[in-house]
Design a protein around this ligand. Structure first.
Ligand SMILES: [Zn+2]
Length: 252
């Protein structure tokens, strides 16, 4: 399996990354794409030898300038950079003003199109602005990572041709129940799985991991929740989502 989104440069993994990676391999998670949330983190992910995305999360939009885009462009030339992002809009936390978020989201979309790279997209409480903005671009390959929205937002994303990334949010009985139904509406060739480690530890894991830290080895837990919701064998869903990740990110 392929975890398409894990934040392995996060300090939560500083002390035991080799063990985390070993557990992932033991769990059948053979490939991990590390999410780049800043130029610095993207660079760190590459230094650690991972596949990575290169981009700036909307939280950090206020710190961007034109040099940021040039740095991302340079990183994108690295053979292990498989996508531009994560980029997008986050109107939940609003750590950066909306005009900054929109400006640097646009610039990263332009860069992805110019370089013909897939886009790794983040949208939180930003519907419908997110899809309005995407409509102005000719996006060919992109994933709405960590999809948590409702039916209308899902339809808008699928109409734009996006892949949909599902995390352990679907295991959250308080705020993820709607996803149990919505995953059935995602075409089989559009579905991707991710952990978003160390965040979004599946709430129904027993026992809960130490310090409630999520890690790539828990991807099969997300897989099983999705497969149950679809009423389909987990092996089939694993094979399909792996194939989809390979197709989107151009992995062999
Ligand atoms: Zn995100």
């Amino acid at each position: 399996m392929i975890d398409i989104g894990a934040n392995l440069t996060h300090p939560a993994f500083r002390d035991d990354l080799p063990q985390v990676l070993q557990r992932a391999r033991d769990a059948g998670v053979s490939t991990i794409i590390v999410t780049g949330t800043t130029v610095e983190e993207s660079r760190k992910a590459l230094e650690l030898g991972f596949y990575a995305t290169a981009g700036v999360h909307p939280h950090h939009a206020r710190d961007c300038n034109s040099a940021t885009i040039e740095s991302i462009r340079e990183l994108a030339g690295h053979p292990r950079v498989v996508a531009i992002g994560e980029c997008g809009l986050d109107f939940n936390r609003n750590y950066s003003p909306h005009p900054d978020q929109e400006l640097w989201f646009s610039r990263q979309l332009e860069l992805g199109i110019e370089l013909n790279k897939p886009l790794f997209l983040h949208s939180r409480d930003a519907h419908p602005r997110f899809s309005q903005m995407l409509k102005q671009f000719k996006i060919e390959k992109a994933v709405a990572h960590c999809f948590t929205g409702g039916r209308e937002e899902l339809r808008a994303n699928l109409d734009l041709g996006l892949y949909i990334g599902i995390t352990g949010w679907i295991c959250d009985e308080r705020r993820g129940r709607h996803l149990l139904e919505l995953v059935r509406e995602i075409p089989r060739d559009r579905l991707l799985l991710e952990t978003d480690s160390p965040y979004l530890t599946p709430r129904d894991m027993r026992p809960q991991p130490k310090a409630r830290r999520n890690e790539p080895a828990f991807l099969p837990h997300v897989l099983r929740a999705v497969a149950r919701a679809l009423g389909r064998p987990a092996e089939e869903v694993a094979a399909e989502t792996t194939r989809n990740a390979r197709a989107l990110f151009g992995l062999s």
